[in-house]
Design a protein. Structure first.
Length: 204
């Protein structure tokens, strides 16, 4: 029996994100379990054949892959109306042909880079418990909402009351993410963890 005959067709639709330069392309297939943020064609070349192919389009500025969606950031002088259908057709065909989305070993390599950059440096004593609590709150309450908007948020560090997070995907460079960060995330963390005085973000 031909195994491809039983495959369900690839469905693909787009979703707006709070960032007007970014659009979320959602499929009915799991593309990558985890998050993969490609800001440059160079990084994509090493780790993602899909992102590399997308970067060949002149309007693509960034590619972010998570679970069943791809978030694409475009150059501001292009209109989504002009490029959306072409991009949609390309991603659909790529997934239908079982193209490789992310190369094996990507997550491990990113973890190594993070460690080298001091993202995972160890906390001790009371601070360790605080960091655990902050991470858990971000993962449980913030991440799911941010993912719905085609982005991602990662805890980076906690130092003297200041929590630094990394914004990725649609959240990176999005005007409304600053508001979300300050009114939503900072407010919640201050309430739940009184030791937190401020939340600041870095672009992923």
């Amino acid at each position: 029996m031909n195994p491809t005959a039983t495959k369900s067709p690839v469905m693909l639709y787009t979703e707006q994100t709070p960032n007007p330069e970014t659009l979320k392309f959602v499929t009915n297939r799991m593309l990558y379990k985890g998050t993969a943020d490609f800001r440059t064609a160079e990084l994509a070349k090493d780790w993602s054949p899909l992102a590399t192919a997308l970067f060949e389009m002149p309007f693509v500025q960034g590619v972010y892959v998570c679970n069943n969606f791809v978030t694409i950031s475009k150059e501001f002088n292009y209109l989504w109306d002009d490029i959306m259908l072409k991009t949609k057709a390309f991603i659909k065909e790529y997934v239908e042909n079982d193209g490789i989305v992310i190369n094996d070993g990507f997550a491990e390599e990113m973890a190594k880079i993070e460690e080298a950059n001091g993202v995972s440096y160890q906390y001790t004593g009371d601070e360790k418990e605080l960091v655990k609590k902050i991470k858990a709150l971000i993962d449980t309450h913030v991440k799911p909402a941010v993912e719905m908007d085609g982005g991602n948020i990662e805890f980076k560090s906690f130092d003297k009351g200041v929590v630094t997070v990394i914004m990725q995907g649609a959240c990176s460079g999005c005007p409304s993410s600053t508001v979300t960060l300050k009114s939503g995330i900072e407010g919640m963390l201050k309430r739940m963890v009184p030791e937190v005085t401020e939340v600041v973000s870095e672009m992923g």
